[in-house]
Design a protein around this ligand. Structure first.
Ligand SMILES: [Zn+2]
Length: 121
């Protein structure tokens, strides 16, 4: 089984967890959140407090950047779907041929972004 590193910033400990497990696992020492860092991130020695502070700070920055990139991607996808729906609905002629795609797009919109109303419904 493939294991990856999780890190607890409170304890400054690294633990190995199966790769298929969740992003945040309980720390085996304090029970707090141990975040998955994968295998390629170098971890400072446990007694180097200064290095750990810097490590945690840069880790947080990377996580925030990833989260906002994810959000930007979702917004872009959503806009692309909304444009396509508007485009299909604005066309002249028999709408029958477009119904399947419209239904699919609306379903995608509802599935990817739960709690939002698909336009044109
Ligand atoms: Zn811990």
């Amino acid at each position: 089984m493939h294991n990856v590193s999780h890190v607890c910033f409170a304890c400054r400990r690294v633990m190995r967890r199966p790769a298929h497990e969740v992003q945040v696992a309980p720390c085996s020492s304090c029970g707090g959140p141990a975040e998955r860092i994968g295998d390629r991130v170098p971890v400072p020695p446990r007694d180097n407090l200064r290095a750990w502070a810097a490590f945690e700070e840069s880790w947080r920055e990377v996580q925030e950047e990833r989260a906002s990139e994810r959000l930007r991607r979702q917004v872009r996808t959503r806009h692309a779907i909304e444009h396509r729906i508007a485009d299909l609905m604005a066309r002249d002629g028999d709408p029958k041929g477009r119904e399947v795609e419209l239904r699919m797009l609306r379903r995608r919109l509802a599935g990817e972004f739960p709690g939002t109303e698909a336009p044109g419904n």
